[in-house]
Design a protein around this ligand. Structure first.
Ligand SMILES: [Zn+2]
Length: 373
């Protein structure tokens, strides 16, 4: 997954920001829009499927090529060129990190990975194809690492879209693998990026490129203006242009918490507290625009009542006592130390704050199966 050409071990986060022509605040503003990536409501229910697909490495390679050609017919010639001529080794030792290496315009890119017919391997083939295609089209142009990862993640998006209707059974398996990978990119890697952004002198590590790359690829790919996607492969679009695009699409207003502060309620009867809690959840869900408020009122209310009564609901507030998000969960039937999140809404970009407050609330040793983002 790494782009070794641009990996710079001694870089600081400040160098990384300069390399991309953006500042830390712009990155944070973009990350706050994570709320609407993918379909997180399914994230908790899925687990990685270790069953092999009936697809060998070369078939996966062809599939990735077909998906990109379908998505970007104007780049057909370049895609065909990579499909036929790119040197690839799918028998790299297991455990070695996949990579794509640029060897100059005469030799073209080289791909190395371990292919084992698993859904994540197929996604990885598409990812590396995306890297190779960008190397080929950009012909050695210097492209910062986040923009390199955007290209690779766009290739994954193209594959998912392509198989959705043509190979629906495979689509579900690949989609699960994609969602599982999101847990790493928006879990561990995002935490690393956030902590790196706290100090400009933090050491740069390659993993901090993934959350931005993944998020931007998802947003840009779903946008109708596919020419911008082609420019990613040409290496002619800057990261700051993407950040402006996302900011514009998302709307700065969405980030302003307009909800009223919650009155102190120590002396209120439990029924009033419960009504108020449900009301706060409704307001947060309306702002999340995640389809939750399209449920019937009866179903919506009964689910929340159940969680309030079983003490598996939590509303987080900020210093002004304004609600910033809420979470609902169930305790695992077989493992009382494991909780599965059913719902997590943080419409004003306070995802990490909500997660930290929730984790602090849970008894020590309690594990959260997955975080929705
Ligand atoms: Zn990559």
């Amino acid at each position: 997954m790494e782009d070794y050409n641009l990996e710079v071990d001694h870089c600081t986060v400040s160098d990384w920001l300069n390399m991309h022509g953006v500042d830390a605040e712009a990155v944070k503003v973009t990350l706050r829009t994570l709320d609407t990536l993918g379909n997180p409501d399914q994230l908790c229910a899925f687990s990685r499927n270790r069953e092999e697909l009936d697809l060998n490495a070369e078939e996966a390679w062809r599939l990735a090529s077909q998906a990109l050609q379908h998505s970007m017919p104007k780049l057909s010639e370049a895609i065909c060129c990579i499909a036929h001529d790119c040197e690839r080794n799918f028998q790299a030792p297991e455990g070695n990190r996949p990579y794509t290496f640029y060897r100059g315009p005469d030799k073209g890119p080289f791909i190395s990975m371990h292919y084992n017919k698993l859904p994540e391997d197929v996604m990885c083939v598409a990812h590396e194809f995306g890297h190779a295609l960008q190397y080929h089209i950009s012909q050695g142009r210097t492209i910062p690492p986040v923009v390199r990862e955007i290209a690779a993640f766009v290739a994954e998006e193209a594959l998912l879209e392509f198989v959705k209707y043509r190979l629906p059974e495979m689509h579900l398996r690949l989609y699960k693998a994609w969602e599982e990978d999101n847990k790493t990119y928006f879990g561990r890697d995002l935490e690393q990026l956030y902590s790196a952004l706290c100090s400009s002198r933090s050491q740069y590590c390659y993993e901090i490129n993934y959350p931005m790359g993944r998020l931007i690829a998802n947003r840009v790919y779903k946008d109708a203006t596919k020419p911008s996607v082609m420019n990613i492969f040409r290496g002619t679009i800057s990261l700051s242009a993407f950040l402006s695009f996302i900011k514009e699409k998302n709307g700065a207003i969405k980030m302003i918490n307009h909800l009223p502060e919650i009155p102190k309620s120590e002396n209120d009867p439990p029924a009033i507290v419960a009504y108020r809690s449900v009301g706060i959840m409704v307001l947060l869900d309306i702002d999340s625009r995640r389809g939750e408020c399209e449920n019937s009122i009866c179903q919506y209310y009964s689910e929340r009542l159940y969680h309030l009564q079983s003490k598996t609901a939590f509303i987080a507030t900020n210093d002004e006592r304004k609600p910033i998000g809420y979470a609902l969960w169930n305790v695992d039937k077989n493992d009382p130390t494991l909780i599965h999140l059913q719902r997590q809404a943080a419409p004003f970009g306070n995802h990490l704050e909500l997660q930290k407050k929730l984790q602090a609330l849970l008894p020590a040793g309690m594990q959260v199966a997955s975080y929705q983002l």
